[in-house]
Design a protein around this ligand. Structure first.
Ligand SMILES: Cc1ncc(COP(=O)(O)O)c(C=O)c1O
Length: 388
């Protein structure tokens, strides 16, 4: 079909590098995949069982547009238990993944011409969501010198009369770094001073390491009325395929945002909502087990990178390590392709996340320790061959 039949907003871009690399990986055998942010763990058995039981009992219909009430009650309780704001179930909208939450929120809050400021590199779908709304993301370039975290000064320097929203993704995808609680509080003060909304994406908040702590934005003074909290079950409970996430928003914004969600999805899959309810109300040791496992993998991968002389941002959260391969002597995108074809290790270059350099690669901690050791050995071989 000629591209002229497409709307401007759908203009075809070159196939994304990550998709191209995945296609190459699919054509090879014995690839160690550390590309996508999809936990290698299966969803814990008690959550799967709850889904199966719900199906058997007839959870095969549409639900309330905002999600089943017990799940919204459990989400509200969980947010408070983790130091977040106090929300009523009416303020919560359960969505098919946090992904649809962020698109719904962007469509509901951004007018054409509006700006949203966000860390760069960052989670790139925020750009796509803003563009679909006719708005745009203004990139705040962060650096390894400050471990890629946003500061209040950086946010303030990028605010224009068109700015409507500050996006805080904490811990960060792709860098795996955590913005310190005191800095989150200072960013909140900037948002208040400039009368801005904040989207606080806390999907990785329960996966932190080395004592790092995530400050929920909405529980800071005066922030509940200007913050939309986005989170989900994909990462914490290894539930990516169930497609269930949520947003929690100020009461005055919810009816319009919920109507957009209803228009896009009608409701989130009933079976997935019941599984998510079991995730929140069941035993939580599975979360700690996975967190501890990621932490062990993090140590092994960081040691491997150090041995190769490859610097990386201090990973404090999520399950990513963001490494600077500039010293290897090849751009990061070319390096990823070489590493894949010759070392059979799949990682993604930072450009996938909008990085303004081609120096970094994101490595996901989604392989067992032995595989990560093997990946490091293969990578060391490729690096040595390039440097030779
Ligand atoms: C920062 C961030 N937000 C949102 C999402 C979307 O997650 P899901 O739609 O699986 O809940 C992701 C997925 O990688 C993410 O990294």
């Amino acid at each position: 079909m000629p591209t002229t039949r497409l709307a401007h907003r759908a203009a075809l871009k070159d196939a994304r590098v990550n998709i191209r690399l995945q296609d190459i990986a699919d054509s090879l055998t014995d690839v160690i995949r550390m590309g996508r942010g999809d936990p290698d763990f299966d969803t814990p058995a008690h959550i799967v069982r709850a889904g199966q039981e719900a199906l058997a009992k007839g959870a095969t219909h549409y639900t309330h547009a905002q999600g089943i009430l017990p799940l919204r009650q459990a989400i509200a309780k969980d947010i408070v238990a983790r130091g977040g704001a106090s929300y009523t179930p009416e303020q919560i909208v359960v969505t098919p993944g946090a992904q649809q939450a962020l698109f719904t929120v962007a469509l509901g809050l951004l007018d054409p011409g509006d700006e949203m400021v966000a860390a760069c590199p960052g989670y790139h779908p925020y750009h796509q969501a803003a563009e679909l709304a006719g708005a745009r993301v203004v990139d705040i370039r962060t650096t390894m010198a400050t471990n890629f975290t946003l500061t209040a000064e950086m946010v303030e320097a990028h605010i224009t009369p068109k700015t409507k929203i500050v996006v805080v993704v904490n811990p960060s995808n792709p860098t795996g770094t955590v913005t310190p609680p005191e800095e989150v509080a200072r960013i909140a003060e900037v948002a208040k001073a400039h009368d801005l909304l904040v989207i606080s994406d806390e999907i990785y908040a329960q996966l932190t390491y080395g004592g790092a702590r995530v400050q929920p934005v909405a529980s800071l003074p005066g922030m509940a009325e200007r913050t939309i909290t986005i989170s989900g079950f994909s990462k914490t409970y290894a539930m990516t395929g169930w497609r269930v996430g949520y947003f929690a928003a100020p009461a005055d914004l919810v009816p319009a945002l919920a109507a957009i969600h209803n228009g896009l999805a009608i409701s989130t899959a009933s079976v997935s909502q019941h599984a998510a309810l079991a995730a929140l109300t069941g035993p939580q040791d599975c979360v700690e087990d996975m967190r501890r496992t990621y932490d062990e993998r993090r140590a092994v991968l960081c040691e491997g990178l150090r041995a190769m002389g490859i610097p990386y941002a201090e990973p404090q959260g999520a399950f990513f390590v963001y490494a600077n391969v500039a010293s290897v002597g090849l751009g990061a995108t070319a390096f990823c392709e070489k590493l894949l074809r010759e070392g059979k290790v799949l990682v993604f270059p930072g450009v996938v996340y909008g990085d303004y350099t081609d120096d970094f690669v994101r490595l996901s901690l989604t392989q067992p320790v032995e595989k990560i050791r093997e990946a490091c050995a293969r990578m060391a071989g490729v690096v040595a061959a390039i440097r030779a």
